[in-house]
Design a protein around this ligand. Structure first.
Ligand code: IMP
Length: 436
């Protein structure tokens, strides 16, 4: 298996962890390329549930190298807790590698994230308050600290002290909040540095060497296309690039090294946090879907907003990430409905839009134009192939393929590993498209 990028095609929480886990079986290296501990992946293995935030889900396969790429922002305290937790459950974490160029999150990033959100009031983004935005802002402002700095203690101490002066001014004078104690930060980060030191390396070199050797590499995106800072519903987005292009920047590889892009699509839509969501269901049906799908945040526990599938947003995701094949997840959740709806356009001021508008203000005012299809009531619990699906479920999937113009390559109908099955050969699909 060559190199595959796995991207979320919606607003995150599509079930990327499950798909990466499926592909990781054959992978030598799994790379997380953006985001931070705002993400959460739930993977079930032999009746055990693992909730991962920063560590790539490939860690559950012994011998797989798992990389936290340079595009990730690392909260070292959160990472150390995650490693301790995995180790206490018998997971071997020796395959982890952390990029020496990944940026470090500090407690002041968390405080500023919360302060900025509180100040925005009604216009808040609904962030996870994990310090993601402020830490990427420091990276762009060229005052961020990286994992390599953590290993150079005198320099680290000096830079943290410099940053803290400015951040404490901001916290106290702009937001009227208590300041952060430099001594406490330095004590904690010195311990994190020692604990994480063995894992920190030049991961771009590692990944490129693996590709040169013909090894298979899975690049795992966090969040989803519609939360991308450039292509998402700005400003209601995260501060990184969950789209496929983000894999190149965030892992340190060239675009020529990516063989296939898989887009993960939940059979309906969900969104956490604020921002436009044209197909949102705010009625009883929405509550039913949320409960049936267990749509509560892995990281924050927040109830997710849920709604019908949105083919306008999905076609856009296929375009901006060059998606070759789709992995459909949580199809089982829809069982029990007589009618299924798919948005195929947005009604806006008397016109039907077939592309995602740039302005969130416009998108807020869009009304979905739905196509209706027959639903299904059968349980999908024991289905292990496309042929085993009820005819109405197959028709729903076929319609998704037609609307998006890309084939479905994987289907998942439950949280167990065995409940994700291949439909088409990913690489045959790619060869058919490229002729290579
Ligand atoms: P931030 O990434 O914490 O700054 O949050 C920005 C937006 O992205 C908010 O709407 C969050 O709810 C959303 N978000 C961040 N991480 C995830 C995720 O893993 N799944 C779904 N939404 C997310």
């Amino acid at each position: 298996m060559p190199s595959v990028v796995v991207v979320g095609a919606q607003w995150g929480d599509e079930g990327k962890g499950k798909v990466t886990d499926f592909l990781a079986r054959q992978a030598d290296v799994v790379v997380r390329y953006q985001g931070g501990s705002n993400a959460g992946h739930t993977v079930h293995v032999n009746d055990q549930e693992f909730r991962l935030h920063l560590v790539p889900s490939g860690i559950l396969y012994p011998g797989t190298i798992c990389v936290i790429g340079n595009g990730v922002v690392v909260d070292p305290g959160a990472l150390v807790s995650e490693l301790d937790h995995l180790e206490s459950r018998g997971v071997d974490t020796s395959g982890l590698r952390i990029s020496d160029r990944a940026h470090v999150i500090f407690p002041y990033h968390h405080l500023l994230d919360a302060a900025e959100e509180d100040q925005k009031g009604q216009l808040r983004i609904g962030t996870t308050r994990r310090g993601i935005g402020p830490s990427y802002a420091d990276k762009a402002a060229r005052i961020g600290l990286r994992m390599a700095d953590l290993l150079d203690w005198p320099l680290f101490e000096e830079l943290v002290t410099r940053n803290l002066q400015a951040k404490n001014n901001l916290l106290s004078k702009v937001y009227g909040l208590p300041t952060v104690d430099p001594g406490e930060i330095l004590d904690n980060y010195r311990q994190y540095a020692e604990r994480l030191r063995p894992y920190i390396t030049d991961t771009s070199l590692l990944v490129n060497n693996a590709l040169d050797r013909g090894q298979s590499v899975v690049f795992e995106g966090a969040q989803g296309t519609m939360l991308d800072i450039d292509h998402g519903t700005y400003p209601y987005v995260t501060s990184s690039h969950p789209t496929a292009g983000g894999a190149c920047i965030g892992a340190g590889i060239g675009p020529t090294r990516v063989d296939v892009v898989v887009g993960v699509v939940k059979a309906y839509t969900s969104r956490v946090g604020d921002g436009p969501f044209p197909t949102e269901l705010t009625d009883e049906l929405g509550n039913w879907l949320r409960d049936r799908g267990g749509e509560y945040g892995t990281t924050t526990g927040r109830p997710r907003r849920v709604g019908w599938l949105d083919a306008v947003a999905l076609r856009y995701a296929v375009r901006v990430s060059g998606i070759d094949g789709i992995a459909i997840t949580k199809l089982d959740v829809l069982s029990g409905l007589d009618v299924l709806k798919i948005a195929v356009g947005y009604q806006y001021q008397g016109e039907v839009l077939t592309e995602v508008p740039a302005s969130a203000a416009v998108m807020y005012r869009c009304e979905p134009v739905y196509e209706e299809m027959a639903g299904f009531r059968e349980s999908l619990q024991d289905v292990r192939s496309m042929d085993g699906l009820p005819a109405a479920a197959r028709a729903y999937l076929q319609r998704i393929e037609e609307l998006l113009g890309v084939p479905i390559v994987l289907v998942s109908i439950g949280s167990e590993r065995a409940q994700t099955f291949p439909v088409k050969d990913l690489f045959a699909v790619r060869r058919a498209v490229t002729g290579l």
